[in-house]
Design a protein around this ligand. Structure first.
Ligand code: FES
Length: 304
């Protein structure tokens, strides 16, 4: 392997360890310098580092804004040259839980609701951007398992793990209709022996105002009983989010939209309007509320 293509050497064939050792030797020389000389050198170095850190920050933002950008960034950070430089500039988040652990945590958040209906969910595995799950207990084969999967399990996983874009149901057997004695028929009163006919995640559609008031490239806040909701129109499609920044929870309605990205007016956190992904902090995202237009009106489902 040539020096140029070696992951261990730079273009001139020097390893990272050699360069660090060279740097330490040069720094040792400055120990004999006067205080003024050393202060000047230190000022030059910190100015250069500030310029480099800001440049790296901008590169990272630009890469993350592209589809597949995060995957490329993670691959680059696996390289010790990249890792050490970004770590030196404080641009790497502290290692957090793994992808699978975060998906498991998202599933754990919906388990109490599934348990109310004697159901549960298991993670079968994660492949690329897809989490495969199995519904078990009463949820498996329930007539409303699609709604349970979409509105409960999938919504929780997509909101908590931005790298996952699809949740697939793995069905072990032919679906079956589950009847539970003594349970209520949701939406039609209660009675012993009734059939569960609704997902535990069924939520009402809430009127959120006139569709024409939601314009492309603008955001508007709507105060609903359930929550303050931020509406926008992205490529013609109505999008709805909580009107609260993931940074300090400040309202987002004063933010500005450019190229499909919303910037918080307070400290500049940036969010993709198509997915809610935060381009500033990869570990957080805005929850996308289901939204639709019925007639001339916007309707949303508020996820809590
Ligand atoms: S509250 Fe939005 S960036 Fe700080």
């Amino acid at each position: 392997m040539s020096a140029e293509s070696s992951p261990k050497a730079d273009a001139s064939g020097r390893s990272l360890e050699q360069l660090v050792a060279d740097l330490e030797r040069l720094e040792a020389i400055t120990e004999g310098w006067s205080e003024n000389q050393r202060a000047t050198l230190s000022a030059v170095r910190s100015t250069l580092e500030a310029i480099q850190a800001e440049a790296f920050r901008r590169i990272i933002r630009a890469v993350k804004a592209r589809p597949e950008g995060m995957a490329g960034l993670r691959e680059a950070v696996d390289d010790p040259w990249v890792f050490n430089v970004l770590h030196y500039h404080g641009l790497l988040a502290a290692p957090g839980p793994s992808l699978v652990e975060r998906v498991e945590a998202a599933l754990a958040s919906v388990r109490p609701m599934l348990a109310q209906h004697d159901g549960d969910v298991e993670l079968v595995g994660v492949e690329g951007d897809t989490a495969k799950v199995r519904l078990v207990g009463s949820c498996d084969g329930c007539a409303f398992q699609d709604a349970t999967l979409r509105d409960g399990v999938e919504a929780a996983v997509l909101a908590a793990v931005p790298e996952i874009t699809k949740v697939r149901l793995v069905v072990a057997e032919a679906p079956k209709l589950v009847r539970l004695e003594g349970r209520a028929r949701m939406g039609s009163g209660s009675g012993s022996g009734a059939v569960i006919e609704a997902s535990p995640f069924s939520r009402p559609w809430i009127d959120a105002g006139a569709a024409e008031a939601v314009r492309e490239g603008e955001v508007v806040a709507v105060e609903l009983d359930a929550a303050s909701v931020l509406l926008t129109r992205h490529r013609g499609e109505i999008k709805a989010f909580p009107n609260a920044c993931t940074h300090l929870g400040m309202p987002l309605e004063g933010g500005y939209v450019e190229d499909g990205v919303l910037t918080c007016p307070y400290h500049g956190f940036r969010y993709r309007l198509d997915s809610g992904e935060c381009l500033t902090a990869p570990d957080v995202a805005l929850v996308c509320y289901p939204a639709r237009v019925e007639g001339e009106r916007v309707q949303v489902q508020v996820l809590t």
